[in-house]
Design a protein around this ligand. Sequence first.
Ligand code: CMP
Length: 138
Amino acid sequence: MSNRTFTMIKPDAMENGHAGAILDRITKEGFKLVALKLTQLSAEKAGEFYAIHKERPFFGELVAFMSRGPIIAAILEKENAVASFRDLIGATNPANAAEGTIRKVFAESIEANAIHGSDSDENAKIEGDFFFNHFERV
Ligand code: CMP
C-alpha cells in the first residue's frame, strides 16, 4: 500500500470555478500536496493518458472533453492514499456518488465528473510520472 495518489481537476470543474473549493476540500481532508500544476492536455496527450479506455465507445468524447481546457494535476500524500481519495471523490457517475463526495457536490455528468483519482498504487505512479518530473515534486 502506497501513501501517494494522483489527481486531476477536470475541465468542467475548472470552467465552473470549482478548482479552489476542490483543492481546499482535498487539503482539509488531510491530503498533502507533493506536486501541483495547471496545464492543458493536447488531444494526443489525453489519448495517451486514457489509452486503457481506447476501445470504449466514449473514448473520442473523453479525449475531446479532457483536452478542451485547462486542468490542474497533482500528486497527493496521505496514508492509504488511493482508496482514501476514491472515497473522497465518490462514484464515477455523480448520480451514484455518496452525499458530500466531491463528485456529488461538483460534477455534472458521468463524463464531466469534475475530478480524477488513480484506481491503484501502480497507476498512481504511472499517472504521476506522466505529468511530473523529478524536479516538480517534493
Ligand atoms: P475517470 O474514472 O477519472 O477516468 C475515466 C473517465 O472516462 C471517467 O472518469 C469519466 O470522465 C469518463 N467516463 C467513464 N464512463 C463514461 C461513460 N459511460 N460515458 C462517458 N464518459 C465516461
